[in-house]
Design a protein around this ligand. Structure first.
Ligand SMILES: [Mn+2]
Length: 275
């Protein structure tokens, strides 16, 4: 079956339809996998989610920070922000079944032996195998009885570095932060959450997570991720030098592009947002 991976949709229903039509995507024949952040900020998160959910087994996604935030809102732990435009989704009669559906989604998907999909990235101390194990742990917590306390303790920026001997709740928070929020790391591989700019504008002591050496990876490994709209362009240049990284968030919600990649030949289909 032909599979496609799509960058951050963020409730941009029109952009989603445009890019799927342009690539002649057919849910009866093809599979669509999202890099997460399917909701929030865009004009129509409700119809975006209803359409993706209706695709059944033809669609899968990893969870992004905005998807987790929606789950936290549904459990009464966070309040929706007006600029997320989530009101009609939250009020819809299918909201609780949408949340149940999101709660089944992982943080990482291995789609080929050496290809991983994850929202923000792979922390450089981790192998694919570890990341998938961590993803399974979080998935179990999201489907467990203590989901409310789990979601409550997921918020926060500490610990900002991975080290052995942390308690379980610190481990879970770090795993979620690394897999759904990470962009820059310090030299000591600490997560830094405030800097979101293009790497050419970043302070000298910070490096993109994918510049840190990961001894678990070979040039045959591929990591497909989203989350970092300001990388648009940088990643496509980077792809030629380093085949391991495919950043698909091209910032449609900010007036730039929505990108879809055919997994077999890595051909990109791109649509431009109308401003
Ligand atoms: Mn994100």
């Amino acid at each position: 079956m032909k599979s496609f991976v799509i960058g951050d949709i963020q409730g941009c229903y029109k952009g989603l339809q445009l890019v799927l039509n342009k690539a002649k995507f057919n849910p009866d024949k093809h599979k669509l996998i999202a890099v997460g952040d399917i909701v929030a900020r865009g004009e129509d998160s409700l119809n975006t989610v209803l359409m993706l959910k209706d695709m059944g087994h033809s669609f899968d996604t990893v969870l992004g920070n905005h998807d987790l935030h929606l789950i936290a809102i549904a459990h009464g732990i966070r309040k929706p922000k007006p600029n997320d435009h989530l009101e009609s989704l939250i009020r819809h009669k299918s909201f609780s079944s949408i949340i149940d559906w999101l709660l089944t989604k992982p943080l990482a998907i291995k789609i080929k032996p050496k290809t991983l999909i994850v929202h923000a990235g792979l922390y450089p101390k981790w192998s694919f195998k570890q990341a998938l194990k961590f993803s399974e742990r979080i998935q179990m917590e999201l489907q467990g009885e203590n989901v409310v306390s789990f979601l409550t303790s997921m918020y926060g920026n500490d610990p900002d570095v991975w080290h052995p001997g942390m308690n379980e709740s610190d481990e879970h928070r770090f795993i979620i932060n690394a897999m759904t929020r990470m962009r820059y790391l310090t030299q000591e591989l600490r997560l830094e959450f405030t800097t979101k700019c293009h790497p050419s504008l970043a302070p000298y002591h910070l490096n993109p997570w994918f510049h840190a050496d990961n001894p678990n990876l070979t040039p045959a490994h591929r990591i497909i991720f989203g989350h970092w709209a300001s990388l648009n362009g940088y990643m496509s240049r980077h792809m030629r030098r380093n085949s391991r990284l495919i950043g698909l968030d091209t910032g449609y919600v900010w007036g730039n592009q929505m990108t879809l990649m055919n997994l077999h030949d890595e051909e990109l289909t791109v649509v431009q947002a109308q401003t």
